[in-house]
Design a binder for this molecule. Structure first.
Ligand SMILES: Cc1cc2nc3c(=O)[nH]c(=O)nc-3n(C[C@H](O)[C@H](O)[C@H](O)COP(=O)(O)OP(=O)(O)OC[C@H]3O[C@@H](n4cnc5c(N)ncnc54)[C@H](O)[C@@H]3O)c2cc1C
Length: 505
């Protein structure tokens, strides 16, 4: 990496304080930029904000930490230690996967522990799992180690590594790759659902994303004591210590593009020279970094006259990730038998995903759910003797015609019924606190196009060079980080997008 003080005397504005925006702000500050971070919400974190209700703490979004070193790096930039701000603890199991017949699979721990779980379902798949793991390591070595923090802003950057990616069979989907090695239907689900964690359908997500499996195997799955909110608080403290100016409750209305004040326009490309806030206030800077949802930002914050590549038509042709219905609830009693992370799979798999991603049809029975019980690891996240939870149900994004204002309360009951039937008998009687968010929340509060949970899908045609570039193709001085950009959604992805930004500067 080049000179770490080359931003001295320059100003940077970062739009959005999601984890990608926070990481970008810190990396820019480390390079010497004077950084202002503007956030629409009244809290830092974006999807990783935190809700406090009557003694219960609920992380709003991400909870599964798979690449702890990416957080450590942000503190190390300033000669500090992450452990002095927030503690991580390893989990076992990483996830408990509960099947529709009531049996379960504890995923994680040592290789031997995972093989023992596979043996209980299909002994012949132990060998296949080892081969799958070896393949995911090869993909990891290229997709994460070599390319995860490298820019893909020119066609040449893609062409250079295309042969390597092709050789690894990344034109295959995650599902196809899993089926190549694993025979049991149950285990195929266990080893293919990971793209859902980053907004992809395993049936059309490029197998590059199977590197998530290797990431988990190499570093395990961790949890931050106090929840992900404690990570965001730690990063907030670090930003304050390092002199980053943070402005909450501040929404950017558009990016200012043209010749900077006092300069003539050079050539045809526009230059980003600041932002206009809601309320017409203008703020000037040398560069603008957008962490707000990339499709939304291009469509609404950059005027169409300044966009050559990302026209409204091209944006509307993208494949968007699914939406999320998330119910947060606190109980008056603990559920000690529930793991920290539980994935409850219904009978349907391919059909459910097809309905959700392609047909935009909402499932009202036989749901698949992800249940988070942080109090399994940190009891301080609920009053004594109680548990706090969230349950996440993937649903169609707002391109479907679901009226969430009427469907929301009904869906809350459907989800509670499903939990009662599967892993939480008698739940209804012991809910002390509950509220939910629907795709409308993602659209209205987080400015996400079509209310998606994870921006655009990680298909082959929407990855690397084909995803939103981290450097604008049309406008000088305009950069992008976060879920919609390379390398993609999820905490590791958005933290890496800030590293890509640093490479580009
Ligand atoms: C329920 C849920 C569970 C998840 N679980 C996991 C998990 O366990 N592990 C994992 O790795 N990932 C998980 N993810 C994915 C992960 O949370 C996201 O991919 C990641 O946090 C997104 O970060 P981001 O940098 O793209 O910013 P975002 O979190 O999307 O934040 C963008 C910010 O920009 C702000 N903004 C938008 N427009 C403007 C504007 N005009 N002006 C000012 N501010 C603006 C928004 O308010 C928001 O705060 C989960 C996501 C969700 C929703």
């Amino acid at each position: 990496m080049s000179n770490t003080t080359d931003g001295q005397g320059k100003k940077a504005i970062v739009i959005g304080a999601g984890l990608g925006g926070i990481a970008a702000a810190l990396r820019l500050r480390h390079r010497g930029y004077e950084v202002t971070l503007l956030e629409k919400q009244n809290q830092l974190g974006g999807r990783a904000t935190v809700y406090h209700r009557n003694g219960y703490t609920f992380d709003a979004g991400p909870t599964v930490i798979t690449a702890p070193f990416l957080f450590d790096e942000l503190f190390e930039l300033f000669g500090k230690k992450r452990e002095d701000y927030v503690q991580f603890v390893p989990l076992y199991p990483w996830y408990r996967i509960v099947f529709a017949d009531g049996t379960h699979f504890d995923y994680g721990g040592t290789l031997e522990q995972t093989l023992a779980e596979i043996r209980k379902i299909e002994p012949a798949d132990c060998d296949g799992y080892l081969k799958l793991l070896a393949q995911t390591k090869k993909i990891f070595d290229v997709g994460f180690t070599q390319l995860g923090d490298q820019p893909f802003h020119t066609f040449w950057s893609m062409a250079k590594c295309a042969p390597q990616l092709m050789k690894l069979g990344t034109w295959r989907t995650v599902w196809q790759m899993t089926c190549k090695y694993i025979k049991s239907d149950k285990l195929r689900r266990v080893f293919s659902f990971q793209p859902l964690l980053v907004g992809g359908n395993p049936f059309n997500t490029t197998s590059i994303y199977s590197l998530i499996q290797y990431l988990e195997r190499e570093w395990g799955v961790h949890f931050a004591m106090g929840g992900t909110g404690a990570i965001v608080a730690g990063l907030g403290k670090l930003m304050e210590e390092e002199g980053i100016e943070i402005s909450l409750d501040t929404e950017v209305a558009n990016v200012l593009v043209g010749p900077p004040p006092g300069r003539k326009r050079s050539g045809s490309a526009g230059v980003a020279f600041g932002v206009m806030l809601r309320g017409e206030k203008r703020m000037f800077s040398d560069i603008v970094v957008c962490n707000s949802d990339s499709p939304y930002t291009n469509k609404y914050l950059v005027s169409s006259g300044n966009r050559i590549k990302w026209t409204d038509r091209r944006i509307s042709n993208l494949k968007f990730s699914m939406g999320l219905f998330v119910l947060y609830f606190g109980t008056t009693r603990p559920y000690p038998d529930l793991a920290h992370h539980t994935i409850i799979l219904g009978h349907r798999y391919a059909e459910l995903l097809r309905d959700m991603f392609n047909l935009k049809k909402l499932a009202t029975n036989d749901l698949s759910l992800y249940l988070h019980r942080p109090t399994a690891t940190d009891p301080s996240m609920a009053p004594p003797g109680c548990d706090s939870f969230y349950v996440l149900c993937p649903v169609p994004n707002l391109l479907g015609d679901i009226d969430w204002a009427t469907m929301g309360p009904k869906y809350r009951d459907i989800v509670v019924d499903e939990l009662e039937k599967t892993v939480m008998p008698g739940l209804r009687e012991c809910i002390a606190e509950d509220f939910y968010v629907t795709p409308s929340h993602f659209r209205d509060n987080l400015n996400t196009l079509h209310g998606t949970g994870f921006s655009i899908q990680p298909t082959f045609g929407q990855s690397a060079y084909f995803r939103f570039h981290n450097k604008s193709e049309d406008i000088e001085g305009l950069y992008f980080v976060g879920a919609g950009t390379h390398p993609g959604a999820g905490m590791p992805g958005v933290l890496c997008s800030a590293k890509v930004l640093e490479h580009l500067l």
